[in-house]
Write a protein that binds this ligand. Sequence first.
Ligand SMILES: [Zn+2]
Length: 215
Amino acid sequence: MSDSAAAGAERLTEADIRQLIQDIVGGEPDVPDYGSTVLSLEDMRAQVQREQHLVDSELRSKDPAFVMTDGGVRRVHAQSCFHVRHVIDREEAWRYVLAGPCRVRDLGFVQKMPKILNRTEVEALNSYVTCQACSPTLDHTRKVWSINAGKPMRSVSFGVHHIGREIFTPDGGSLGVLVSHQRTIVEAGVRSITVTSETTIEGDGSEMYVVAPKD
Ligand SMILES: [Zn+2]
């Protein structure tokens, strides 16, 4: 996966942006108009400060704290790792927007808030991998959810409730998180396109995968 794809996965969705605008303008009961709401630099800076305060207090309350970015495989970092600096430092996470003309649509470039977990919370995840750069001290370097507990299913049976869950080959190879699945009828039969955070697989729909349970 390229760096830009990894960064893209951490960017805000439209629903996140609406929530963010609501946070910035003070939580009005009506959702502000996405297109015409004007945000001042001061209001945005206040939001950045709120986010930084939240991150700092979580880091303090979970010592040692482990950090995951939102999107893709669950890669766990030590809080000092340079790979998570751009999400822990909220000024950095907002850099593009704060430097620009404060357009609402640029909020999509804000990096999502990090997930900050203590050791017990990390070990309770059904799967994770540790970052090779900062190698946080945990029970596993690669914890794979017990694949034997799940029955393989054909890709044509994927539904919306499988989106966002980690998927594996039947022999336990991680394919990342399911992003989308498309099936179309073609002359030769079914064309099935499975997109994960790590790869894209095309087939006739008979490809088998194991889907991890929801956490
Ligand atoms: Zn790291």
